[in-house]
Design a protein around this ligand. Structure first.
Ligand SMILES: Cc1ncc(COP(=O)(O)O)c(C=O)c1O
Length: 424
């Protein structure tokens, strides 16, 4: 007689029910459909591969086949388990890649991860205990920071960025949170994202110095999310890392990866790099090594080609991408310039820019979410509302689509705005 299973619902865990991705949530709950008469222009997802105008470096894609076919008979092959923090050759290659004239990374201070997302996860996990520590995160900022803290039950607080000061950190806002700890919780880390998603900003070395000066009064480590490192596209404003400016004198947990600069987000190769001249982060290093044993890091195949990725990609590849990003940012700035009710905050780096909306200028548009939804429904242009990044009354544009698509999107945004303009 077959056993009949009684009907019951298997419950999900607390960690799962606390995990919330605001972008997924917005997309999944969108009730509106794009205008069927206009082709969709997605300016919403930070994946530069969508339109084909930012291909990966040719030398990098051709490396893959070689590793799989040539190396499979003679051990050590790329087919076995690598060290949980990554193969030594790959860690050495990342250390060399991160090293500047001011700070030399040691290979054993580098740990490889599944994308920069896992690097951020490890950095937060190793620096904060649930209920005991607070992580300070930027507003506006990448939504994963909050999602990770929520999922782990770790407290977080926002410090502000200033739109009309090139999105620099509001040092007063930051210091007031560091100084006044009424809740008795210790600060686990200040998480900084430079260049920034969603702002497209790039801090000057003097601003980075100011930030380190403020944070260092409170002996709190910095997590520097530098996944957009070296993607500053204005000719005279180079990217500077926190480890370079601090010269390793202040503990910085750098996180980065291949996703954006090499245009291969799907390859999932990231890293943590510890900058600490005097060994401030030795215990943290051991903690990350222990945590990395839970997942054993990224694919051995990608690790196997990493040294050549860095050594053999021509400088012209990066240069040409930066030229295209600069032109695209300029196309959007010009395309939206002068539209009543909108203000473009110019971008200098990464793949995004933010546009400020004055909802009072528009009929039947209550806020940024409403703006984004109606623009999608009427003009088939998909931008993300600022709410997703904790900055209401802004929207984010991804600047990687080809120029003609961006021009068309700007024309449609202009048409949408002029149709909805109030007469006051
Ligand atoms: C600021 C920031 N940090 C980290 C990541 C995650 O990078 P990865 O795709 O390597 O996990 C992203 C991805 O968009 C990002 O914008």
């Amino acid at each position: 007689m077959p056993h009949k299973t009684p009907s019951f619902l298997v419950k999900r865990s607390l960690a799962a029910s606390r995990t919330f991705n605001p972008i997924r949530n917005l997309v999944d709950h969108m009730k509106v459909k794009p205008n069927p008469n206009l082709p969709l222009i997605p300016l919403s997802i930070g994946d530069p591969t969508i339109f084909g105008n930012f291909p990966p470096p040719e030398n990098v894609t051709s490396l893959l086949g070689g590793k799989l076919t040539n190396n499979n008979l003679h051990p050590p092959t790329v087919h076995g388990y690598p060290h949980s923090a990554g193969s030594w050759d790959a860690r050495q290659a990342v250390a060399k890649y991160l090293t500047t004239s001011s700070y030399s990374f040691k290979p054993d201070d580098v740990m490889l991860t599944c994308g920069c997302s896992q690097a951020i996860d490890l950095a937060i996990s190793v620096l904060a205990n649930p209920g005991e520590h607070t992580i300070l995160i930027p507003r506006p900022g990448f939504s994963l920071y909050r999602a990770l803290c929520d999922s782990k039950g770790i407290n977080f607080e926002y410090y502000d960025l200033l739109p009309h000061k090139k999105w620099q950190i509001d040092l007063e806002s930051l210091e007031s949170i560091l100084r006044v700890r009424k809740d008795g919780k210790k600060i686990g880390a200040v998480l900084i994202n430079n260049p920034s998603n969603p702002c497209g900003s790039n801090f000057s070395p003097s601003h980075i110095r100011e930030v380190i000066d403020v944070v260092s009064k409170y002996n709190v480590p910095i997590i520097a999310d530098e996944i957009y490192a070296d993607m500053a596209f204005n000719e005279n404003d180079k990217f500077h890392s926190f480890s370079d400016v601090s010269q390793g004198d202040y503990p910085v947990v750098h996180v980065g990866g291949l996703a954006k600069r090499y245009m291969i987000p799907g390859w999932r190769l990231g890293w943590v790099g510890l900058a600490h001249q005097s060994g401030h982060l030795n215990e943290v290093k051991q903690g990350i090594l222990d945590l990395s044993q839970l997942t054993l890091g990224p694919s051995s195949i990608i690790q196997g080609i990493l040294p050549q990725v860095f050594e053999e990609t021509p400088a012209t590849y990066h240069f040409n991408n930066l030229v295209q990003l600069r032109e695209n940012a300029e196309t959007i700035r010009r395309g939206l310039e002068g539209i009543e009710g909108l203000e473009v905050i110019p971008a200098e780096a990464a793949m995004y820019l933010l546009v400020k909306i004055n909802p009072q200028k528009f009929k039947h548009v209550k806020n940024d979410v409403d703006f984004a939804m109606q623009l999608f429904e009427k003009e088939s242009v998909f931008v993300l509302p600022g709410e997703v990044f904790q900055i209401p009354n802004f929207f984010r544009i991804v600047i990687t689509p080809p120029k003609d698509k961006l021009e068309e999107a700007c024309n449609r945004i202009q048409r949408f705005c002029s149709k909805h303009l109030t007469n006051i």
